[in-house]
Ligand binder design. Structure first.
Ligand code: ZN
Length: 59
Protein backbone atom coordinates (compact mmCIF):
# COMPACT_ATOMS: atom_id res chain seq x y z
CA UNK A 1 0.00 0.00 0.00
CA UNK A 2 1.19 3.50 -0.68
CA UNK A 3 2.20 5.72 2.15
CA UNK A 4 -0.52 8.17 1.47
CA UNK A 5 -4.13 7.34 0.93
CA UNK A 6 -5.26 9.15 -2.16
CA UNK A 7 -7.83 11.72 -1.25
CA UNK A 8 -9.47 12.76 -4.45
CA UNK A 9 -11.98 15.43 -3.61
CA UNK A 10 -14.69 16.95 -5.70
CA UNK A 11 -17.65 19.15 -5.14
CA UNK A 12 -21.22 18.30 -5.91
CA UNK A 13 -24.06 20.72 -6.23
CA UNK A 14 -27.47 20.02 -4.92
CA UNK A 15 -30.02 22.68 -5.52
CA UNK A 16 -28.46 25.88 -4.30
CA UNK A 17 -26.12 24.02 -2.01
CA UNK A 18 -22.74 22.59 -2.67
CA UNK A 19 -20.83 20.02 -0.71
CA UNK A 20 -17.43 18.46 -0.94
CA UNK A 21 -16.82 14.78 -1.10
CA UNK A 22 -13.81 12.53 -1.18
CA UNK A 23 -13.00 9.14 -2.62
CA UNK A 24 -12.27 7.90 0.90
CA UNK A 25 -15.92 8.32 1.77
CA UNK A 26 -15.66 11.64 3.55
CA UNK A 27 -18.33 14.19 2.83
CA UNK A 28 -18.38 17.79 3.80
CA UNK A 29 -21.33 19.79 5.01
CA UNK A 30 -23.63 21.46 2.57
CA UNK A 31 -22.48 24.96 1.78
CA UNK A 32 -24.12 27.76 -0.05
CA UNK A 33 -20.88 28.72 -1.69
CA UNK A 34 -18.82 26.33 -3.77
CA UNK A 35 -15.69 28.10 -2.64
CA UNK A 36 -16.58 27.17 0.93
CA UNK A 37 -17.07 23.54 -0.06
CA UNK A 38 -13.70 23.57 -1.72
CA UNK A 39 -12.19 24.95 1.45
CA UNK A 40 -13.77 22.06 3.36
CA UNK A 41 -12.20 19.65 0.90
CA UNK A 42 -8.79 21.25 1.18
CA UNK A 43 -8.99 21.09 4.93
CA UNK A 44 -9.99 17.46 4.81
CA UNK A 45 -7.02 16.58 2.62
CA UNK A 46 -4.69 18.52 4.87
CA UNK A 47 -6.08 16.78 7.95
CA UNK A 48 -5.88 13.40 6.27
CA UNK A 49 -2.28 13.93 5.27
CA UNK A 50 -1.49 15.01 8.79
CA UNK A 51 -3.07 11.84 10.07
CA UNK A 52 -5.65 13.58 12.19
CA UNK A 53 -8.71 12.83 10.11
CA UNK A 54 -10.72 9.73 10.84
CA UNK A 55 -10.66 7.18 8.11
CA UNK A 56 -13.93 6.07 6.69
CA UNK A 57 -17.23 7.74 6.04
CA UNK A 58 -18.40 10.37 8.47
CA UNK A 59 -17.21 10.18 12.00
ZN1 ZN B 1 -10.47 11.67 1.98
Amino acid sequence: MPDRTPHATSTTERGSFCSARCDCGWRGPARRARSQARTDAERHVADAEAGTAPHGPLE
